[in-house]
Design a protein around this ligand. Structure first.
Ligand code: FAD
Length: 516
């Protein structure tokens, strides 16, 4: 039996090693693998686990070159594996180079740093000193010379060469090189400030700074808010023509036409549409909940909480609010152990025919339209609905910090059709929703967990190439939301993010286009 992971879950983007998968992960892999051997009872391991999880999110784009794994040596089932790697203390971190042999026990990283930046730098050192053959996906990390730049486009069929000019001890260039390794049509290299001919040729005076070099000897400086890793990486990943490997290139919004049967509805990608929110309610209440002919126990509680929160905070049209209010009073009056979906449906469809009380049956996706029928739509609507509700609770100065999140958590757990998503969401909620103690921290919690999901899904098959998953809002959407720590790592300015969310999801700014 595979031992249950205690400190890490499948949502953490860390490979959970077991006796069954250990060989296939560590032996002869085309990527290097960093493994944390831990014991779930060890205090240092517990304290280190949030750092390791953060590292996994932080270097997610590097996976084809270097991946992260962990194994709980306290689990009986894993004991033999840990013994075979000579593990005696916890946590132990080992680096397994690409193409490791079955008998390899990895390279111990003694006295490893306990912070994300330090670990990242250690990993880069390991990759740079990797014996041949290195991971094939790992681009060259050493600095380039003028001669290599001059002949670059003769041997490389890309649209851009991005050059990070920096001092020798800076890691930014190598970090950006790895951040871009899953993107095509661009190559990234680092140039040292001592490479005088290039520095002079481009007139570089600031280190670090980033320049784009094009075929034909043309160059321009990359404009970013802050000269730091994430700002470079984000800007480079979004350049026209740069595309994630295996994805079709995005097309400009006004040119996205139809791969769906419906007409394409032009929309602003920075606005919230009531049509999406109503479509979400329709799908959730008439399709998703309808999958349960009898609703009882935990599910009945979830439905009651969900409808109560909607009746209280949904910023809807009068007819929709009347419907939600009547559904809420009907549900709260149901004191039995169960209800039938049919009875609930009668209320939803307003079978008593009260005037001006209705939930439209249409699914009219607008801001949540996808370029293919299987992209976006309902799950996009669910996120949008819950962001609107958390912001609405803050706007109306509600005092219960967890009411909306708890209703969302219950709804997702009981009804959300994507069970895999529900499990991931529950893992995140179990881990940290207790920290929420104010209505504004509820708004921020949902935003940051949504970004974790975006981080995990960036590049996944479910990603619409026209709507790439980003850490939201981007620097273009809200430059004040982004800042850096003293050591140059990206940091969100939570106060600015909160202001941005309050304005973005504010009820009075929701657009009514395309409503019936
Ligand atoms: P979405 O991620 O759905 O976002 C919708 C809109 O919200 C975006 O267009 C943007 O305007 C805005 N937005 C984006 N990020 C943020 C943010 N951080 N804060 C506020 N607003 C933001 N899919 C899986 O494949 N695996 C999963 O495990 C998974 N888990 C999910 C869990 C939940 C609770 C939900 C609701 C969905 C989950 N999904 C999962 C679906 C996935 O997250 C997306 O909803 C889906 O892929 C559609 O993506 P989208 O491009 O429309 O953007």
């Amino acid at each position: 039996l595979a031992a249950e992971a205690v400190l890490y879950t499948a949502s953490d983007q860390i490979i959970l090693l077991t006796p069954e998968n250990v060989d296939s992960v560590l032996v002869n892999s085309s990527a290097a693998v960093v493994v944390e051997f831990y014991a779930s009872w060890c205090g240092h391991c517990i304290a280190f686990s949030p750092v390791y999880k953060k590292l996994a999110r932080n270097i997610k784009e590097w996976k084809p070159a270097v991946d992260l794994a962990a194994i709980d040596c306290a689990a009986e089932a894993n004991r033999k594996v840990c013994m075979s790697y000579s593990i005696r203390g916890y946590p132990t971190i080992k680096f397994f180079p690409a193409y490791s042999k079955p008998e390899s026990t990895g390279e111990s990283i003694t006295g490893f740093p306990r912070d994300v930046q330090g670990l990242r730098h250690t990993i880069i050192d390991k990759l740079e000193n990797h014996k041949e053959p290195g991971p094939p996906a790992c681009p060259p990390l050493e600095p380039v010379s003028q001669a290599e730049v001059d002949s670059f486009f003769e041997t490389n069929n890309v649209q851009y060469l991005a050059m990070i000019f920096e001092e020798a001890n800076s890691f930014i260039g190598r970090e950006v090189i790895l951040d871009l390794l899953q993107f095509e049509n661009i190559a990234v290299r680092r140039v040292l400030n001592t490479e005088e001919s290039l520095v002079t040729k481009l007139g570089v005076t600031e280190f670090p700074s980033c320049y784009l070099y094009y075929p034909g000897n043309n160059f321009t400086r990359l404009i970013v808010n802050i000269e730091a890793r994430t700002f470079y990486s984000f800007a480079l990943q979004g350049l026209p023509g740069v595309v994630r490997s295996g994805k079709t290139p995005p097309v400009p919004p006004d040119v996205i036409t139809n791969n769906t049967k419906e007409p394409w509805r032009p929309f602003s990608s920075s606005r919230v549409y009531m049509a999406d929110l109503e479509s979400t309610l329709h799908y959730s209440l008439r399709v998703e909940v309808a999958a349960h002919t009898v609703i009882k126990g935990e599910k009945l509680i979830s439905l009651k909480k969900y409808i109560a929160v909607l009746a209280k905070h949904f910023p809807g049209r009068t007819m929709v609010m009347n419907l939600l209010t009547s559904a809420n009073s009907w549900l709260q009056n149901q004191t039995g152990e169960e209800i039938s979906y049919e009875a609930f449906q009668e209320i939803l469809d307003n079978s008593g025919q009260s005037p001006d009380t209705a939930l439209p049956e249409a699914e009219t996706w607008v801001g949540c339209q996808g370029s293919q029928p299987h992209f976006r739509r309902y799950p996009c609507g669910v996120w949008t609905l819950f962001h609107v509700l958390t912001v609405q609770a803050l706007t109306t100065r509600d005092t219960d910090p967890k009411e909306v999140l708890s209703a969302m958590r219950n709804y997702i757990h009981s009804f959300f059709g994507c069970r895999y998503c529900a499990e991931h969401f529950e893992n995140m909620a179990r881990e940290s929703v207790e920290e929420v103690n104010t209505v504004s921290s509820a708004v921020l919690w949902l935003w940051s967990r949504h970004n974790r999901v975006n981080n995990r899904l960036a590049g996944a098959l479910s990603e619409d190439p026209n709507f790439p998953k980003i850490q939201w809002p981007s620097p273009e959407m809200c430059s004040a939301c982004h800042t850096v720590t003293q050591n140059g790592d990206h940091k969100w300015n939570d106060n600015q993010v909160l202001l941005y969310l309050q304005s973005y999801f504010f009820f009075d700014k929701i657009l009514s286009d395309y409503l019936e």
